[in-house]
Design a protein around this ligand. Structure first.
Ligand code: AMP
Length: 404
């Protein structure tokens, strides 16, 4: 049984093909520049293969991907693909868990376009491209928001009039849910119990969640991914009145200002250097004495301070904390970032082991970075959203077969 996992964007399709039994990734790749000049990057047996090939729409892009699987001998025939799982950004309030795809599900995903205007139409194109190329293969959709559906109303509502929620769906939804769910489940295995966990997904986009007995009770992203932490290019939490002032000073429309807060702020905006923390780190941790170096240091201080504050808030929301986990690009790789966040949380029971977090750190592996005796355990857990999507797909397709 082989399962294809798809992440369809507006001009790209990312994919991984799994052997569902061994959970091994057989091949992964990216069809990009769809509707432009078309490029297919495939990673097979540790080698990267790039071909330029025309793909006017997602249908042709999917054709290119599927044909390559046969041509490169990953599968003998496409009949070997028994199911396809899709990553979907928004499930709204309707989808609280993964589900099998039928016409009504596709319509509902399209209906949520208002909440994720760039992503939802692209996801529908991805589903339709599979329906066209592999018409008999069952499809499953896995939502980024679903894990956060257990957040209570007093945490997900904004303090604005009721109609904003009841009529317009304005509330906290949260994102990165598939990653938070994966890490929460690994953390429960490592701790030998579910307990009170704080999960820090820190990549270019970043969010933190509070998970109690396996259920998410709060998360930092909100109605959109703009809320919460200081991210690569997003400001995170901000006084809405700043939007009004920015519009006036920079002569931007409201849409331009929201794009600005998403794309030009965060580490990039404060440092003036880059949204990639590696570039900011390089200057900040150098001996350079310049305004630029100080701005880089400030950007890192702001990002790590914001996360520290959220950890304190979530410890209060959970009524204590048993474990904290770091994941995603920065969380898995940047030991200085982790150290800056955790330093000062000793009062909570966090005792960082600087060697485990620093010179003895094994990149790419699950590991404890707090002292063994630390009352609050801290782990780094590499995330694996595709594996979660594959497992959900396998489970739901098998369940459907059994009930038929
Ligand atoms: P993600 O969004 O999870 O792919 O994370 C992307 C971010 O992770 C990049 O923008 C980098 O800032 C950061 N990152 C990736 N690799 C490293 C590394 N080796 N050290 C520090 N940061 C890294």
């Amino acid at each position: 049984m082989k399962i294809l996992v798809i992440n369809a964007g507006s001009s790209s399709i990312k994919y991984q093909l799994f052997d569902a039994k061994t959970e091994k990734v057989l091949v992964k790749g990216l069809a990009e520049r769809i509707g432009v000049d078309g490029r297919h990057v495939q990673k097979l047996n540790g080698k990267s293969n790039v071909t330029n090939v025309k793909m006017p729409t997602h249908n042709e892009a999917m054709e290119v991907v599927l044909e390559s699987l046969v041509k490169d001998g990953v599968v003998k025939s496409l009949d070997e693909i028994s199911a396809v799982g899709h990553r979907i950004v928004h499930g709204g309030e309707f989808f609280t868990e993964s589900t099998l795809v039928d016409k009504s599900v596709v319509k509902k995903i399209a209906d949520l376009t208002e909440l994720a205007p760039l992503h939802q139409p692209a996801h529908v194109l991805g589903i339709n491209a599979i329906s066209k190329n592999l018409p008999k293969v069952p499809q499953v959709v896995v939502f980024d928001t679903a894990f956060h559906s257990t957040i209570p109303d007093y945490a997900y509502r904004y303090a604005i009039e009721k109609v904003a929620y009841t009529k317009w769906g304005i509330r906290k939804y949260g994102f990165h849910g598939t990653s938070h769910r994966y890490v929460a489940s690994r953390l429960a295995d490592l701790m030998g119990k579910k307990g009170k966990f704080i999960i820090c997904h820190i990549g270019n986009g970043a969010s933190v969640s509070a998970v109690k007995n396996g259920k998410c009770i709060d998360t930092s992203m909100g109605y959109t991914p703009l809320e919460g932490l200081v991210m690569g290019s997003r400001s995170g939490d901000i006084d809405p009145t700043v939007v009004q002032r920015l519009m006036k000073e920079k002569k931007m429309t409201i849409d331009e200002t929201i794009t600005y807060l998403n794309k030009k702020c965060g580490l990039l905006g404060v440092s003036g250097v880059s949204e990639d923390i590696r570039d900011v780190d390089e200057i900040a941790y150098s001996n350079e004495e310049s305004e630029k170096a100080n701005d880089c240091r400030l950007a890192l201080n702001m990002a790590t301070y914001r996360l520290k504050k959220y950890i304190g808030a979530y410890a209060a929301a959970l009524g204590g904390v048993d474990a904290i986990a770091f994941t995603a690009g920065i969380g898995e790789n940047d030991n200085e970032y982790r150290e800056a966040v955790l330093t000062g949380l000793e009062y909570l029971g966090v005792q960082l082991d600087k060697n485990r977090n620093g010179k003895n750190f094994k990149r790419g592996e699950e590991q404890l970075i707090s002292k063994k005796s630390s009352p609050v355990k801290v782990f780094v857990i590499p995330t694996n959203e595709e594996l979660v999507i594959m497992r959900d797909t396998k489970r739901l397709v098998a369940k459907n077969k059994n009930t038929k």
